[in-house]
Design a protein around this ligand. Sequence first.
Ligand SMILES: [Mg+2]
Length: 189
Amino acid sequence: MKRIDVIREVADKARDSDALLIANIGIPCKELYSVSDMPNNFYMLGSMGLASSIGLGLALSRPERNVITIDGDGSILMNMGTLATIASQAPQNYLLVIVDNGAYGSTGNQPTATLNHVNLEEVAQGAGNRDVFEVDSLQRLHTILGEKDSGIIVAKAQPGNEDVPVIQMIPEAILSRFMAESSRASRSV
Ligand SMILES: [Mg+2]
């Protein structure tokens, strides 16, 4: 399973459920932009490791909206405490999808510690998260996404990046568009 395929599935769910969608720094943002650019998307720039924390804060501050974060194994390893914080808050409107490809994709696919040593599903569970699912196929991912609006999904993916264009928005435009979108009432409730 390729990362962009995971992103496409998650973007479909976000669109169908009117969820706010936070994307991890770097090429995942560009891949999301290429498959599904919409006002619900926040393309996180410049804060490696903090996509899952931004999503958690958003979910807590906007409990009437569903929030989804697409994060990566490298970023979760960088900010592993986020898994404990998410477990301690456990908002029912927050779903974290970790694309675990065993690589720091945006910097040249150097291997991460999940390649041979760290099991993020077990780490998430050990941090106290109850709904944690590891998936290694698009079919299984699709099924879980259809059932869950909260919890953590660890999607095992191949390393590698799609050749996608840069995001044609300046950071201020990304922010202002997303703030307007995240401030309105949900259409799904
Ligand atoms: Mg990665």
